[in-house]
Design a protein around this ligand. Structure first.
Ligand SMILES: Cc1ncc(COP(=O)(O)O)c(C=O)c1O
Length: 453
């Protein structure tokens, strides 16, 4: 593709496309990279430049871009059926996928409600939990316990259960009320804890106290298991998730696990909940489910929740919720093929050396003058940059240090997207060890350049 065409695409983009989470005034002053191709862990722009996909195309990509087997599965399905509705009809691919997923989701989670993105999966979870409580004769249980720093998506229900002020505060007048618990953020903890374990315990004590006070008016608790992604890759101390499960049981709350980002291998196991042998009552899955190819999500629950919705039609126990593209056959066919590849590539086993390598590389990064904290959970990591390491003083957000590092990284052939002052490492799970080195090398050079290390 010649440069004139690139220039035209850039101009048309600026004229017509409103980008998510983007200050468009800045964007209009930049020369956006226009991606036209993908190959394995790489994205290729309209001028033929290659970028290592350091954020797995918004945390979705699993087996690399344009993987032959997935492309073939998509082509085969599109020649059979592109879409038909699940409202009043069943679909071959959505049936096969639900059956297959039931074999790998935590025990007892085998009732699948399809939608098409992470936010809708969470909207479904929240509405399902509330309606469940109402059907069981507890309509006063209408609120949710949520966590500070949490992110569950951008639709209004998902925003209501979120806890990141910079994204969510503007919409407060539109949101429903929740009970917000502290979350363990050991590096910059507001509870004044001495270490990770102490931080976890303090948060659990605070959560217990909140539940004692509010559980009678709450339907459930919403949590990102093991790691809060968009909040800054904030990793919970070991045992935290299990204790949250215990508290939910003690106080009669449904536990909703948002595995939209963690599901499908990201943490080193298929689902994050497995690390602590936790079975939530409701689990939301999206992103990696269709390997980064197509929008797909499921909200999965157990027989107890599902059963509460059964009754005569006139009892109006029906779950009145649904999306046009629910259970789309193309996306389900890809998801099925992706699960085949998990097995044939022994992907979860192959992840372990990559996770180990990332751990070693992060340990080295933590020695840099302006790296305050490094956090890792499986093949997801955050490198928090600080102005003064000694006193853990953050860079002022206006300095946009994370964005500047990512802009610098592009010159090194790396595409990354920060979370505030935290540089994110979240590559396709199929990334090679050499590529992982390249990714961390490029980010390290960029951090050194921008922070003047
Ligand atoms: C944990 C979690 N939940 C929900 C979402 C929302 O997913 P989507 O952007 O597909 O609506 C995200 C997106 O990053 C997420 O990380």
């Amino acid at each position: 593709m010649d440069s004139t065409t690139t220039a035209q695409l850039q101009a048309w983009d600026k004229r017509h496309v409103w980008h998510p989470f983007t200050q468009m005034q800045d964007w209009e002053g930049e020369e956006p990279i226009v991606i036209v191709k993908g190959e394995g862990s790489w994205l290729i722009d309209s001028d033929g430049n290659r970028y290592l996909d350091g954020v797995a195309s918004m945390w979705t990509n699993v087996h690399g871009h344009c993987r032959t087997e997935l492309n073939e599965a998509l082509k085969a399905q599109v020649d059979r059926l592109e879409h038909s509705t699940l409202l009043g009809l069943a679909g071959e691919q959505s049936i096969l996928l639900a059956r297959r997923l039931a074999r790998i989701t935590p025990p007892g989670l085998d009732r699948f409600f399809y939608s098409d993105n992470g936010s809708t999966a969470m909207e479904v979870a929240v509405k399902m939990a509330y309606q469940y409580q109402a059907h069981r004769g507890r309509p006063e249980r209408s609120r949710f316990i949520t966590f500070k720093n949490a992110y569950h998506g951008d639709t209004l229900g998902a925003v209501s259960v979120g806890g990141i002020d910079i994204y969510h505060a503007t919409f407060r007048p539109l949101m429903f009320e929740t009970v917000q618990a502290p979350s363990p953020y050991c590096y910059r903890c507001e509870l004044g804890c001495s270490d990770r374990a102490a931080c976890g315990m303090k948060c659990i004590e605070a959560l217990d106290a909140l539940m004692i006070e509010h559980a009678a008016t709450c339907a459930g608790l919403v949590i990102e298991p093991l790691i809060q992604g968009a909040g800054g890759m904030i990793v919970q101390p070991p045992g935290f998730l299990r204790r949250v499960r215990e508290l939910c049981d003690r106080h009669g709350l449904l536990m909703i696990a948002d595995e939209v980002a963690t599901g499908f291998g990201r943490t080193g196991r298929m689902f994050a909940c497995e690390h602590e042998e936790v079975t939530p009552d409701i689990m939301a899955l999206s992103k990696g489910i269709a390997a980064g190819y197509l929008p797909l999500a499921v909200t999965v629950t157990n027989e107890e929740v599902y059963g509460a919705f059964l009754g005569e039609y006139a009892q109006l126990k029906t779950f009145f919720h649904g999306h046009t593209f629910t259970g789309n056959p193309l996306a389900c066919a890809i998801a099925l093929k992706s699960l085949d590849l998990f097995e044939s590539d022994r992907l979860l086993d192959a992840l372990q050396p990559k996770i180990e390598l990332l751990r070693e590389r992060l340990a080295r990064l933590s020695g840099l003058t302006h790296v305050g904290d490094v956090r890792q959970c499986g093949l997801a990591a955050g490198v928090e940059l600080v102005a003064d390491k000694g006193i853990r003083q953050p860079y002022p957000w206006e300095e946009r240090i994370g964005i500047r590092v990512c802009h610098e990284a592009r010159k090194q052939g790396i595409f990354s997207r920060p979370l505030g002052n935290t540089v994110v490492i979240f590559p396709p799970l199929a990334i090679g060890l050499e590529e992982l080195h390249l990714l961390v090398d490029g980010l390290e050079r960029s951090i050194r350049t921008v922070t003047g290390d």
